[in-house]
Design a binder for this molecule. Structure first.
Ligand code: SAH
Length: 385
């Protein structure tokens, strides 16, 4: 019997373990077959259902007719001088979103997107300039990790990480050891799709990543931080960028709705609920805007005594940006001031700059569907959770 068109077939990459088990049962097979199926998909990176040879033939046929394993299509791949790779991926035929792989000696970090564009309008971010089109689906979010694993294995990137070969551990899961939701979009504005995606990343049935190796970064959607605390256990990063509300209102407009004190309270609550070790606060270094020693002291006062780490991000320029990167010695002085006041502070090394793959440079191609612009659109207009 011919299969249904691809657009009508269920994408298995979007199913959590219980959903996959229920689906397998629905097709008349035993739920334990779901584990075999998941092993093919996630551990071996196999997309062709007919190749999943230890599944019964009838079951394979029924599955191939109704379901598929489909990752986003690749439009373009770019390789940086430093080994960073950026993929431009297709959405709806006309738009694009991006993901980035950053190899390091002891790990391989994949930075994935959660939305086509972003609605939050942070003044220093390239993605914000493009506006917002839609949320990515669970299958598109999980599909990025699945696709990167296959692509990196094919490119031989796995060998460079030098990890041992293990029978049931495919090249896929070895290349990508860490996943960060720090690409395009605000993950907490798309909780409905992001939570099941995170569940699949953590499940031993899926990618089997430890919760310390999966990090969600948010610009500070406070109610959704409380929701996340109840749903799934991953590391939390927060884009703080300013030590006071007046400046943060300007840089991260969602602050007008959820000011710093409220945001920090939500962070400490998250740690209590999740047994987390600390929250990472991202702080982009903008020359003469937020990089003075007085601001470092103010930041230290906000966070002192709490389980917090500060990650300073040198500003990455993009066409039309109205900021400059703080000079290196100023960034180091800022860091040392924080360390001197008892905080853990590091400077994020800029990677992939030559291919516009660094933080805040991801742009893709987005057809803006938001009509309200300039900050006000951050206020719940497109926050869907
Ligand atoms: N929307 C989420 C996820 C994006 S993470 C968030 O805001 O956290 C990307 C990180 O890069 C965020 O901390 C973001 O504030 C930061 N960033 C954005 N633009 C940047 C730029 N031009 N240079 C350096 N960092 C930037």
């Amino acid at each position: 019997m011919p299969s249904s068109p691809a657009s009508e077939r269920l994408n298995l990459l979007g199913l959590t373990r219980p959903a996959l088990e229920a689906y397998v049962r629905e097709l008349g097979s035993e739920p334990f077959r779901a584990r075999q199926l998941a092993r093919w998909i996630y551990k071996r990176g196999e997309a062709r259902i007919e190749q999943m040879t230890d599944l019964a033939k009838d079951f394979r046929a029924a599955l191939a007719e109704r379901a598929q394993v489909r990752a986003p299509a690749i439009i373009e791949v770019q390789l940086s001088r430093d080994g960073t790779r950026k993929w431009k991926l297709e959405a709806d035929g006309t738009q694009a979103f991006e993901m980035v792989f950053i190899p390091e000696d002891d790990r391989g970090t994949l930075c994935i997107s959660t939305q086509v564009g972003c609605a939050l309008d942070c003044s220093f971010c390239a993605t914000a300039q493009q506006g917002f089109n839609r949320n990515l689906t669970t299958a598109e979010i999980v599909g990025q990790v699945w696709l990167a694993g296959r692509e990196l294995a094919a490119a031989g990137a796995v060998a460079r990480l030098g990890e041992p070969q293990e029978a049931d551990r495919p090249p896929a899961s070895r290349a990508v050891t860490n996943v960060v939701l720090m690409g395009m979009g605000e993950p907490l504005a798309n909780l409905r799709q992001v939570v099941p995606a995170l569940t699949i990343l953590l499940d031993d049935f899926g990618f089997d990543l430890s919760r310390r190796r999966v990090t969600l970064s948010t610009s500070g959607l406070v109610p959704q931080i409380y929701r996340l605390a109840e749903e799934v256990n991953v590391a939390l990063a927060v884009s703080l960028h300013a030590p006071d509300d007046a400046l943060r209102n300007e840089l991260v407009p969602i602050n007008r709705k959820h000011p710093i004190a409220e945001l920090l309270e939500a962070c400490w609550h998250y740690l209590d609920e999740q047994n987390g070790r600390s929250v990472t606060f991202e702080y982009v270094m903008l020359q003469d805007v937020n990089d003075s020693l007085a601001q470092a002291r103010r930041l230290a006062r906000l966070l002192a005594g709490h389980p917090a780490k500060v990650n300073l991000i040198p500003f990455n320029p993009f066409p039309g940006a109205r900021y400059r990167r703080s000079p290196e010695e100023r960034i180091l002085r800022f860091r040392d001031e924080l360390i001197g006041r008892g905080l853990i502070a590091t400077v994020r090394r800029t990677r992939g700059e030559d291919i516009d793959a660094a933080c805040g440079q991801l742009a893709g191609r987005v057809i803006d569907r938001t009509t309200v612009r300039l900050g006000s659109k951050a206020f719940g207009v497109v926050v869907q959770a």
